[in-house]
Design a protein around this ligand. Structure first.
Ligand code: ADP
Length: 382
């Protein structure tokens, strides 16, 4: 019995009602036991005084008094008995209803969490009450939070699965090419010349870059890097990246311009991290802009933010892809990016780094072949 009470909330609720009921009953019974005889005697004495004139009643008075008192007490006890039975029934019914309302959702959550632990991430619980109105109590809140947690777990699990699939897919292509070349060399189908070795070298290079990107992505996603936030001038941040890439732009024949606004405020930034973001954006702009195109780095103060953007006149991005390009491994044109060596990780890393600065990043493009602009906003150092 004790074990059942300890293990079931329904029993505990019922027991708490029973205790309240018993205490009420004891108090009531004790009170009537002490007060009823005195009150009764008091009223009887008053009645006696009224009937004083009638002498024929004098002998039977004490017997009548005793009989009346016994009957009164019996009637009182009977009423208390009925009251106790009615209260007990009410306690059973109410505790059943309450425990149905409280225990049932909790039990549902318990079973749902067990199913989630068994990898069934699509499990959700019913939210008790009226969510639209103001009928959301703590239990409904708990159910809502539970469902949110389950949805988040499901999303993370999906991402994990997708990541493994994507990584396997990304590794397969260069490996297949390397293996094919090696087999061709062994069978004598391919000649052991510089071109063949260059082809193999290009693929190993791609593998190396992919692994470096993955390592960087996992570090950034886990937040496993130190941020060295210092007061920086936007101009300095832009200059460093410009110097690093200017040669590559010249080689490809793409014009690189800088257009910085007047009196740009200082920002708190990690020079290396923001440099990495700018390198990724400028690297992409160079990659997706053909010779003769123009790339411009702009910076402006907008409210309490500094907007730094990289604008190109390249291939552009269609509207349906814009929101997804910051998702890891997402590439608009898989075949083209693959030949260019892109793995679709650069923008994901950039997004993480900008957000680590309390900023945000977004892309805009009027459409395919109409160029694109990538902008990130950093809060002004205040
Ligand atoms: P990748 O290494 O493939 O460039 P990113 O994460 O840097 O990976 O970019 C994701 C995708 O976004 C690219 O594959 C490309 O389709 C698109 N993209 C990025 N920058 C540009 C740009 N400047 N112009 C057009 N498309 C771009």
């Amino acid at each position: 019995m004790m074990k059942a009470i300890r293990r079931h909330l329904g029993w505990k609720i019922f027991l708490s009602y029973l205790i309240v009921l018993l205490v009420g009953f004891i108090v009531l019974a004790t009170a009537t036991e002490f007060t009823a005889p005195t009150a009764f005697d008091h009223h009887l004495a008053a009645m006696n005084d009224m009937m004083m004139g009638d002498t024929s009643m004098m002998g039977a008075e004490t017997d009548l008094e005793l009989d009346l008192f016994t009957n009164f007490r019996n009637a009182l006890n009977e009423a208390l008995g009925f009251a106790l039975a009615a209260a007990f029934t009410a306690a059973v019914v109410v505790s059943l209803i309450v425990s149905r309302q409280v225990v049932a959702p909790i039990r549902q959550m318990m079973f749902a969490s067990q199913r989630i632990a068994d990898d069934h991430y699509d499990e959700r619980v019913d939210v008790p009450g009226d969510i639209a109105g103001d009928g959301v109590d703590e239990l409904a809140q708990l159910a809502l939070s539970f469902n949110q947690m389950a949805a988040k777990l499901e999303y993370t699990e999906d991402m994990r699965r997708q990541l493994i699939g994507d990584v396997a897919h990304e590794l397969r292509t260069p490996l297949t090419t390397i293996k094919g070349s090696m087999e061709g060399l062994m069978d004598g189908v391919l000649t052991a010349d510089v071109q063949t070795f260059q082809q193999i070298h290009r693929q190993t290079d791609r593998l190396q870059r992919l692994i470096d990107d993955l390592q960087e992505l996992s570090r950034v996603e886990a937040g496993a890097y130190e941020m060295n936030l210092l007061l920086q001038g936007v101009q300095d941040l832009v200059e460093i990246t410009h110097t690093t890439l200017v040669r590559q732009f010249e080689e490809k024949g793409v014009e690189l311009n800088i257009d910085l606004g007047e009196d740009l405020p200082m920002v708190y930034a990690d020079e290396d991290r923001i440099g990495q973001v700018l390198l990724n954006l400028l690297g992409n702009a160079l990659q997706y802009t053909a010779a003769g195109g123009v790339v411009t780095i702009r910076a402006r103060q907008v409210g309490d933010e500094v907007h730094i953007s990289v604008e190109d006149t390249g291939v552009g991005i269609q509207a349906e892809h814009i929101d997804q390009i910051f998702t890891r491994f997402y590439r608009v044109d898989r075949s083209r990016s693959r030949s260019g060596g892109g793995s679709g990780i650069g923008l994901t890393i950039a997004k993480h780094l900008v957000e680590a600065h309390g900023g945000r990043i977004w892309a805009e493009s009027p459409g395919a072949a109409q160029g694109s602009t990538f902008t990130f906003a950093l809060p002004v150092a205040g």
